[in-house]
Design a protein around this ligand. Structure first.
Ligand SMILES: Nc1nc2c(ncn2[C@@H]2O[C@H](COP(=O)(O)OP(=O)(O)OP(=O)(O)O)[C@@H](O)[C@H]2O)c(=O)[nH]1
Ligand SMILES: [Zn+2]
Length: 198
């Protein structure tokens, strides 16, 4: 994923967001002209573009750059991929880990592309269920594997800082395609992601 740098921000989008953040600062009763807040609308405008940059990225294109023909047909697991997203209901962060596995069917993928796909879909306004589904379907379509599995464990700031204010609840979502529908294969994956091996 090409991470956004200062000069890459679209000026028009930055300008629009900046005006809106000025209003938010005003709306919460603060003084947008206070020294510490003068540059805040612009910083927040850029931060928001960074956090939603997934809209500008094409996951299939990223994956297709590193698909290799290979006869390996055992399970490949990449676990503990950290993710940061924004819930679409409150635009507050939810974050945690994704675990991905697939069983190749003549094609393998460059390992780094799995975390990149997680970023493409998490850097948007999301719900955890759709994020899980987006990653699963994208890998299924691009790799045409014998099976693919995605598990996401995350905590939601909208349930911690506000609302029900529950600090210790985590949400797990999962999706399975192909051979991972079989209980034995699924259990092997779940066992591998729960091991402490780093
Ligand atoms: N299923 C799902 N729900 C989410 C996710 N992120 C946030 N939510 C929920 O979205 C719901 C929005 O409910 P509303 O009743 O419209 O909003 P609210 O009044 O702010 O709700 P509370 O959070 O209960 O105070 C809440 O239950 C949130 O916990 C997510 O990724 N998946
Ligand atoms: Zn929320």
């Amino acid at each position: 994923m090409s991470y956004k740098y200062f000069e890459e921000y679209d000026q028009e989008v930055t300008g629009n967001l900046k005006r809106n953040f000025q209003e938010i600062i005003d709306g919460v009763g603060e003084d947008p002209k206070r020294e510490g807040l003068i540059k805040t609308p612009e910083r927040a405008a850029k931060a928001m573009q960074f956090l939603t940059q997934g809209y500008d990225l094409d996951a299939e294109k990223i994956l297709n750059k590193a698909v290799f023909k290979e006869s390996y047909d055992e399970m490949v697991v990449v676990k503990d991929i950290e993710l940061y997203s924004l819930c679409e209901h409150h635009m507050l962060p939810f974050f945690g880990k994704a675990h991905i596995a697939y069983i190749p069917n003549g094609k393998i993928i460059g390992l780094s592309k799995l975390p990149r796909v997680v970023d493409v879909f998490s850097r948007r306004l999301q719900v955890q269920e759709r994020l899980t589904h987006d990653i699963l379907e994208c890998l299924n379509k691009t790799l045409e594997p014998r099976g693919v599995a995605v598990v996401i464990e995350a905590v939601h700031m909208c349930m911690m800082m506000r609302g029900v204010q529950k600090q210790n609840s985590a949400t797990t979502t999962s999706g399975f395609r192909g051979q991972f529908k079989e209980i034995e294969t699924r259990n092997e994956f779940l066992k591998l992601i729960s091991s402490d091996l780093k």
